[in-house]
Design a protein around this ligand. Structure first.
Ligand code: FAD
Length: 470
């Protein structure tokens, strides 16, 4: 690690926001240093988030399919077992390869990488306690804060990463718990609950609010909720955890209706706390240079990602907006484009959201509830995967496509997909919304047969006219 005095850009944090900003800045000809304390690049997403969770979702899905679906496809297997250390090992290998890949990209693009904890001395100087035990000062004309987010703690619940785990601990459990309680029915809780549920845990999700994943289109959510219940995931909605006792062998939770009332207890082996994430700025000494944060600890920025202190910018999970890796990446690119004197742009209305369970749920644009609230006259077109030939051929047909379009112009306002690979299918819709397409535009676009994507075409037909296959 070495300090450097004449950086155009210094990025604090090497997550998807920070490392992408650093690479893009270097590509734009700016002298760039990225400071990361973790020891590896890729941030939450690559080390303890998106990537390891998707690795485990895939591996656990394969096990579940081998156990429950292969036979119906005429594939006989005599015994199917989980080798948990091997499963976790494949996840760790994927993570290690990808983090090293980013180091390679830094070298290729000549981004200077400083391993250590950064804190502000002034708006142009960062003091770094390096992982090698030194202290260096890194200077730069522009600083980008990309320090991301951390697990949100719940009052009275201490995470020990063994019996009471965060998402990080849930990615590395040493054995498959017989019973798992997930606190919080957001996408992270449902994804991790799915992983361990498929491997054999009895999963109960306790949620304070009245619904799972509240941001989802209500109709799709109902179907999704049912799909998870069919997989034997249990839900206790409108319920709060008021006490945790870890003194015995397992964990004893005391629960209470969200509105107050009689208490009950629930015994389990492992508890996953996934009640959201909070912006991470501790140890940065923001107050020393006067960077403001809001009530939720986020750093407010203007449309050019500038904070209230000239030359200091912020991107990703640490600023307001959806806490998603691809959003952080978009922020990072746009932010350095502004720094380079170019024009950057992120369309926050068109950030897709995906829940990587099975089936997956993906969406872009407005939900029906949001369209209603806007008072716009709209049409809805739906198509179930049960009527999609590819989904039937592979016997994986649970799901639906739902399109919302403005009645007068047929312009698409929102698309919601529940399907095995909805996270891939959604991008046709993202592009359609980006280009201001009508449902007829999608319906008149030739789609290859037989594909799951045809369900989107049929739902588009159903929006402005009639579908063929139902
Ligand atoms: P981060 O990725 O949090 O990176 C910030 C980095 O800054 C960290 O590496 C941290 O060590 C470093 N840092 C902080 N302070 C300092 C300092 N003072 N000095 C030096 N370094 C510092 N998002 C998706 O889009 N898709 C998914 O499928 C998905 N799955 C997820 C699953 C889980 C279990 C979790 C927890 C998150 C998931 N996310 C997913 C969210 C995603 O990980 C975040 O939105 C994304 O990582 C945010 O990127 P970021 O660059 O803003 O911050």
């Amino acid at each position: 690690a070495s300090g450097s005095d004449d950086n155009d850009v210094v990025v604090i944090g090497g997550g998807p926001g920070g490392y992408v900003a650093a690479i893009k800045a270097a590509q734009l000809g700016l002298k760039t240093t990225c400071i990361e304390k973790r020891g590896t690049l890729g941030g939450t997403c690559l080390n303890v988030g998106c990537i390891p969770s998707k690795a485990l979702l895939h591996s656990s899905h394969m096990y579940h399919e081998a156990k429950h679906a292969f036979a119906s496809h005429g594939v006989k297997v005599s015994s199917v077992e989980v080798d948990l250390p091997a499963m976790l090992g494949q996840k760790d290998k994927a993570v290690a390869n990808l983090t090293k890949g980013i180091e390679g990209l830094f070298k290729k693009n000549k981004v200077n990488y400083v391993k250590g904890y950064g804190k502000f001395i002034s708006p142009t100087e960062i003091s770094v306690d390096t992982t090698e035990g030194e202290n260096v000062v890194v200077k730069g004309k522009n600083i980008i804060i990309a320090t991301g987010s951390d697990v949100k703690n719940l009052p009275g619940i201490t995470i020990d990463e063994e019996k009471i785990v965060s998402s990080t601990g849930a990615l590395s459990l040493k054995e498959i718990p017989k019973r798992l309680v997930v606190i919080g029915a957001g996408y992270i809780g449902l994804e991790m609950g799915s992983v361990w549920g498929r491997l054999g845990s009895e999963v109960t999700v306790v949620e304070f609010g009245p619904d799972i994943v509240p941001a989802m289109d209500g109709e799709v959510r109902k179907q999704f909720h049912r799909a998870l219940e069919k997989q034997k995931m249990k839900f206790m909605l409108k319920t709060k955890v008021v006490g945790v006792d870890t003194s015995g062998n397992g964990v004893k939770l005391t629960l209470e209706p969200a509105a107050g009332g009689e208490q009950t207890t629930l015994e389990t082996d492992v508890v996953l706390v996934s009640a959201g994430r909070v912006p991470f700025t501790s140890g940065l000494d923001l107050d020393k240079i006067g960077v403001e944060t809001d009530k939720m600890g986020r750093i407010p920025v203007n449309e050019k990602f500038a904070t209230n202190v000239p030359g200091v910018h912020a991107i990703g999970d640490v600023i307001p907006g959806p806490m998603l890796a691809h959003k952080a990446e978009e922020d990072g690119v746009a932010c350095v484009e502004f720094i380079a004197g170019k024009h950057g742009h992120v369309d926050y209305d068109l950030v897709p959201g995906v829940v990587y369970t099975h089936p997956e749920v993906a969406s872009v644009g407005k939900t029906e509830e949001q369209v209603k609230a806007l008072g716009v006259d709209y049409r809805v077109g739906k198509f179930p995967f049960l009527a999609n030939s590819r989904a039937k051929a592979i016997d994986d047909a649970e799901g639906i496509v739902k399109i919302l379009a403005e009645k007068e112009t047929d312009r698409i306002l929102g698309v919601h997909i529940m399907a095995p690979n909805a996270g891939e299918l959604i991008h046709e819709a993202v592009l359609a919304l980006q280009y201001g397409a009508s449902s007829e535009d999608i319906a008149r676009t030739c789609h290859a047969h037989p594909t799951m994507s045809e369900a989107l075409k049929e739902a588009a037909m159903a929006t402005y006219d009639k579908p063929i296959h139902i």
